[in-house]
Design a protein around this ligand. Structure first.
Ligand SMILES: [Ca+2]
Ligand SMILES: [Ca+2]
Length: 91
């Protein structure tokens, strides 16, 4: 016996409350029956790019001695990637 699953919407690991589907299957003849459990685990794919905020920033830099490439300018940026595990890591 092969169980086929028809999905009525796109499965999105990143927004679903649980990454699993569980259901029961049952077989019957006129006098007897049996049932089993099916668990489908959804795995993540790297389908989201990291997002940096703010997208644009401005700063000023004063010319002259003492100003180098290690001089901090502007506010720090934040970044997030909603994928999980290795797919959600960035540099
Ligand atoms: Ca990602
Ligand atoms: Ca994903």
């Amino acid at each position: 016996m092969i169980v086929c699953v028809l999905l009525l919407q796109v499965v999105d690991f990143d927004t679903m409350p649980s990454p699993e589907f569980n259901f029961q299957v049952r077989v019957e003849d006129p006098d007897n029956s049996d049932s089993g459990s099916v668990r489908i685990r959804v795995t993540d794919v790297n389908d989201n790019a990291p997002v940096i905020t703010p997208e644009y920033d401005t700063a000023t830099l004063t010319e002259g001695p003492g100003t180098g490439i290690d001089t901090p300018v502007g506010d720090p940026f934040d970044a997030i990637d909603i994928d999980s595990g290795e797919n959600g890591q960035f540099e």
